[in-house]
Write a protein that binds this ligand. Structure first.
Ligand code: F0G
Length: 458
C-alpha cells in the first residue's frame, strides 16, 4: 500500500470551538445585519474568513517571542528581521509596519499623487483603497484566463503585457511611476504568477523607466507553484525561487500575517536608499521609529523565524495540499470553483452556484450567508460589495467574478474540518433552486464598504 501524505507537524496546543444550532445562527446573522464581519468568533464553528493573522505559530516562533528585544531604538530583534529579509528576499533596506496596508500607506505616501495611474494584477482591496484615497487610479491588467473559472491554466495570476502596454499608450506616461505585481494574486483566486511573467513585467518596467513593486502577502505559495508547475524550477528550493522572484523587483510591500505565519506585522523592503529615506519620514509619522515601525521586538523575532519556516517546502506542501483536499472534494461533486485550486483558499463561483440571484442582489454575499446558516462556516464575499462604487460615478461596480472565498488558516484546522465545510457547501448546492432572493444594502461606508456594510434579505 502506498504511504499517504500527512502533515509535517504535530499539535501541542488547541483552541476549543463550538457547534451551534441553525436557529441560533439565523438569529445571529440577522443581528449581524447579514455581514459576516459582524459575527462574534464564538458564533462561528469553522472560520474561513481569512488566512491572514489566523495561522498557528510554531514552537520555534513562540520561543523567539521570549527573546524579543523591546528597546525603542536599535533592538536586536530589528537586526534579526533585517538579516532575515536580506538573506531570504535580498533587499538591503526595510521598514517595519504593523501590517500590509500600513506598508501600502507609507510607501504610497511617497509614490502616489492625485491623477496617478497604478497598473497591476487585481490590486487587493486595501491596495486599491490606498490608491483611490489619493485620487489616483488602479488599472487591472490581469490576463483574461483568470476570469474563466473553469479553465485550467497554471498561472492565472499573470499580468497581460498587452494590457499593460495599452495603459502606457493611452495615458500620460508621467503619471505612471510603478507597476504593482501581487503574488499570489489573491483577488483572482489565490492564483500564482509565473517566473517568466515576473521577469517580463520587470523588463517592461525597466524599458518604461518605472519601478516594479511586489505585493508579497503570499509570495512563498507563489514560489511553491513555480516549483510545481514551471519548467526548469522543479529541482530548485523554495528559497532559491524566492530569491530569483525578488531579483526582478525594486521594492516590496508585505503583509506578514499570511506566508510569514505571524498574527500581526508587515514591512516595506527596497533596494533604493533614496526611497528608503523618503518612506522613513512617513514610517516614523504613521507607524513608529525606524527600528520597530508598527511592531514590538518579540513580534519581529517571530516574523524573522516565520520567514524562514514559511519558505520551507514541507510547510508549503502541507498547507497547499489541505487547500487542494477541500477543493478536490468540491470539484468531485460538481461545485463550480476557480480552477486550478489556489494557494490559500478555495473560491466558489457564486454566479454559477446561485444562477437565480441577479448581480444587483449580490450572489456571492448571499451564498456566504447561506453557508453560515447551513453549518456555521464563515467565508467572505469577493464580489460586487467588495468592489465598492466607482469613485467618480458612484455607481456599483460589478466585477466579472462573484466569488465566495474560503481561506484556510495555516496549521489551524484538520481535514475533518474540511469535510464539514465540503458537506455544508454540497447541502447548499443541493437546495440552490430554493434560494430565490439575495440581499440589498441598507447602509454603507464611502470606501471599503464590505467591512461595515449593513444588509437585509430580500
Ligand atoms: N495585499 C494582499 C494581496 C492581501 O491579501 C492583503 C490582505 C493585503 C495586501 C493587506 O494586508 O491585511 O496585513 O493589512 N489580505 C487579507 C485577506 C486581509 O483576507 O486576504 P493587511
Amino acid at each position: 500500500m502506498e504511504i499517504p501524505f500527512a502533515e509535517s507537524y504535530r499539535i501541542k496546543m488547541v483552541t476549543p470551538i463550538r457547534r451551534s444550532t441553525k436557529e441560533e445562527r439565523l438569529q445571529w446573522i440577522k443581528e449581524a445585519k447579514y455581514n459576516l464581519f459582524n459575527l462574534k468568533s464564538e458564533q462561528v464553528f469553522i472560520d474561513l474568513l481569512t488566512d491572514s493573522g489566523t495561522g498557528a505559530m510554531s514552537e520555534q516562533q513562540w520561543s523567539e517571542m521570549m527573546l524579543g528585544d523591546e528597546s525603542y531604538a536599535g533592538a536586536s530583534s530589528y537586526y534579526k528581521l533585517k538579516h532575515a529579509i536580506k538573506d531570504i528576499l535580498g533587499f538591503e533596506h526595510f521598514l517595519p509596519t504593523h501590517q500590509g496596508r500600513a506598508a501600502e500607506n507609507v510607501l504610497f505616501s511617497v509614490l502616489v499623487k492625485e491623477g496617478d495611474i497604478v497598473p497591476g494584477n487585481s490590486h487587493f482591496d486595501t491596495t486599491k483603497g490606498h490608491i483611490e484615497f489619493r485620487k489616483a487610479k488602479a488599472i487591472d491588467c490581469t490576463i483574461d484566463e483568470a476570469f474563466d473559472t473553469e479553465l485550467e491554466y497554471p498561472f492565472k495570476g499573470n499580468i497581460d503585457i498587452n494590457k499593460l502596454s495599452q495603459v502606457f499608450e493611452q495615458n500620460d506616461k508621467t503619471k505612471i511611476k510603478f507597476i504593482i505585481l501581487t503574488i499570489t494574486n489573491n483577488t483572482s483566486g489565490g492564483q500564482p504568477v509565473s517566473m517568466q511573467n515576473i521577469k517580463e513585467v520587470s523588463e517592461f518596467a525597466k524599458a518604461k523607466g518605472v519601478s516594479l513593486i511586489v505585493d508579497s502577502a503570499r509570495f512563498a505559495e507563489n514560489a511553491y507553484f513555480i516549483k510545481m508547475r514551471e519548467k526548469g524550477y522543479e529541482n530548485k528550493t523554495i528559497k532559491e525561487i524566492v530569491a530569483e522572484m525578488y531579483s526582478y523587483a525594486d521594492a516590496m510591500t508585505m503583509s506578514s500575517k499570511k506566508d510569514a505565519i505571524v498574527n500581526m506585522g508587515g514591512f516595506i523592503a527596497m533596494r533604493s536608499k533614496k526611497l528608503f529615506d523618503q518612506a522613513a519620514v512617513f514610517n516614523i509619522m504613521f507607524e513608529g521609529y525606524l527600528t520597530y515601525g508598527g511592531m514590538s521586538g518579540r513580534d519581529m523575532n517571530a516574523l524573522a523565524q516565520g520567514l524562514d519556516e514559511g519558505t520551507e517546502f514541507e510547510t508549503l506542501e502541507t498547507r497547499i495540499k489541505q487547500v487542494e483536499y477541500l477543493g478536490n472534494k468540491l470539484i468531485e461533486y460538481g461545485i463550480p470553483v476557480q480552477h486550478p485550486i489556489g494557494g490559500h483558499a478555495v473560491f466558489i463561483d457564486a454566479k454559477k452556484l446561485l444562477p437565480n440571484i441577479p448581480k444587483e442582489e449580490f450572489p456571492a454575499q448571499t451564498l456566504a450567508i447561506e453557508l453560515y446558516i447551513e453549518a456555521g462556516i464563515r467565508g467572505v464575499e469577493i464580489g460586487a460589495i467588495l468592489a465598492d462604487r466607482d469613485p467618480e460615478t458612484r455607481k456599483n461596480r460589478y466585477p466579472e467574478l462573484e466569488l465566495v472565498r474560503l481561506a484556510i488558516p495555516r496549521r489551524t484546522y484538520t481535514n475533518n474540518h474540511m469535510d464539514v465545510v465540503a458537506a455544508a457547501i454540497i447541502n447548499v448546492f443541493d437546495r440552490k433552486n430554493e434560494i430565490k432572493n439575495g440581499v440589498s444594502i441598507i447602509n454603507e461606508a464611502p470606501i471599503m464598504r464590505h467591512f461595515t456594510v449593513e444588509l437585509e434579505r430580500i
